[in-house]
Design a protein around this ligand. Structure first.
Ligand code: ZN
Ligand code: ZN
Ligand code: ZN
Length: 256
């Protein structure tokens, strides 16, 4: 399995327009964060988790020329705002793009991209095939099994996804014990951390994320959805233990 972090930023991205803090002014490419998303290759399949407003730029920057399906975590704009840009993949692959998510997320996709669901959409409209999935209910392709994990983002139910030894979770603030039990055994974990210690109502901060990592005990954990409230990348290393890494855009990892 190969994974590329296409984006590791929060809803505003980093740098934040109008901000001139140390992180937003940093010249280190690792401090340039597009909206959070990952690209995964598993067996013959290529897919992304989330499709935010930077999707078009992300596929161009990473030379991605095929996407078999998209897993959505939740309906916030920074996670689905780029769905209109699946059109080149519709044309190239000559098929509707399969989109997986929970009911609330897919309902929102239908509302936002209503023009794709009209009786006679205009010829250039994006083409989706929406597939509702449920927590704790595995689905997949051939040998690849995907398990939706439910986490909470304030009151909103968000899906993380576990694929074998790998689990991707973003925008979590609360995870129930029974879902934690389904994540245990994960060797490679991606988890959100919006800011250094600064309690946020709907997002893990760094402390929450590190506590969660201690419970799951993965071989390696990657932090994502990182805001400009973190110091520049060069100064981040002192904040975390050895098995944890702040992800950055373009980071590529391969695992069994
Ligand atoms: Zn988000
Ligand atoms: Zn800033
Ligand atoms: Zn969100």
């Amino acid at each position: 399995m190969k994974l590329i972090f296409l984006g590791t930023g929060p809803s505003l991205g980093v740098p934040v327009p109008t901000c001139n803090c140390e992180t937003c002014s940093s010249l280190d490419p690792r401090d340039k964060r597009l909206r959070s998303s990952v690209y995964i290759e598993y067996d013959d399949y290529k897919f992304v988790i989330d499709c935010g407003p930077d999707f078009r730029q992300q596929v161009l920057m990473n030379n991605i020329d095929k996407i078999d399906f998209i897993l959505l975590t939740h309906k916030h704009n920074d996670h689905i705002g780029g769905l209109d840009d699946v059109r080149p993949f519709n044309y190239h692959q000559k098929e509707n793009m399969s989109i997986y998510g929970n009911k609330e997320t897919l309902t929102d996709v239908k509302n936002r991209f209503y023009y794709s669901f009209e009786k006679r959409p205009y010829p250039g409209a994006p083409k989706f095939r929406l597939i509702e999935v449920e927590r704790n209910t595995m689905f997949g392709y051939k040998e690849m099994n995907i398990l939706p994990i439910e986490v909470f983002h304030g009151d909103m139910s968000v899906f993380g996804y576990r694929i074998g030894d790998f689990t991707y979770i973003t925008d979590a603030k609360y995870i129930a014990q029974e879902q934690i039990d389904l994540i245990k055994g994960t060797k490679y974990l991606v988890i959100n951390a919006l800011r250094p210690s600064f309690k946020h109502k709907v997002h893990f901060d760094l402390e929450d994320a590190l506590d969660f990592i201690k419970i799951i005990k993965p071989e390696k954990a990657f932090l994502t959805h990182l805001s400009h409230k973190f110091p520049p990348y060069q100064k981040l290393f002192s904040l975390i233990p050895d098995n944890v890494m702040f992800a950055y855009d373009g980071l590529e990892i391969e695992f069994q």
